[in-house]
Design a protein around this ligand. Sequence first.
Ligand code: FAD
Length: 289
Amino acid sequence: MKISEIFEQNKTVFSFEVFPPKKTSSIDSIYSKLGALSECKPDFISVTYGAGGGGASVLTADICKAIQEQYNIPAMMHLTCVNSSKESVEEVLKLIEEYKIENILALRGDIVPDLPRQTDFMHANELVTYIKERGDFHVSGACYPEGHPESDNMVDDILNLKRKVEAGAEHLVSQLFFDNNMFYEFQEKARLAGINVPIEAGIMPVVNKAQIERMVTTCGASLPAKFVKMMNRFEHSPEALRDAGIAYAIDQVVDLMSQGVDGVHLYTMNQPEVAKKISDAVASLRCCQ
Ligand code: FAD
């Protein structure tokens, strides 16, 4: 099923993100988690993509195939282009078609100095155009409530986002944030700019200290005082920190759903127990639109 069809139903879309196991872990480690995640009945599950392409794309596609065939849940495959030629993207698209994956999150990917930069696709909008010309796929794009780290200002970032939508992105998934007001302000600006596709809010439950430290350095999301207090208060008690992180995420999701957001995309971090607690807490809210 195409994600655009899910948004046509009268409800708040609730979706998950998972990532392929690291090279040091067995592939079975993700398959054992998909079963537990599927019990939460997400509207779709997206699978991240290693920036280097190659074998990573096959792994991502294999997981998407399993999500669709074993659990009957639509999958969205992430696809980056920063290190890819048109030919290599074409190879991946053939595999996606063969696997009957209909939904692609078209991304530029982070620029990694150690990997050779390809120039066939300079930005995600060019990948969106290419995929839409190439086949009958539903294409989504990423958006940044606090602005993309490379952008000088929010105006330019939203104008660039509009190019992505005009190129054919039919749905946007946001970067994680901890302050819902950031998301509401961004959403309003996007609508004023004429971006009218559904925007899903990306929520990451923070359940351990290492995770928060990693996130602050990589995505630059601002941390509200309430969140910082919670982290400081419980940093020495893993169990309390985990419970507090889940409660914080539930609070964010309840507020987002009360405000009538198009959808919530939960970064599950491959932790079904955490996803289940959040999913159970908001289950009755999902169909109350
Ligand atoms: P773009 O939309 O190309 O934007 C990148 C920057 O360029 C922005 O500053 C933008 O304002 C600017 N820009 C965009 N278009 C133009 C243009 N036409 N001309 C000039 N400037 C322009 N990374 C992975 O490696 N694998 C993943 O699976 C993955 N999944 C993600 C999922 C989500 C929901 C999000 C939010 C991010 C994900 N990322 C992933 C990270 C993402 O690849 C990085 O944030 C990357 O730096 C930007 O990708 P993008 O598609 O948003 O790029």
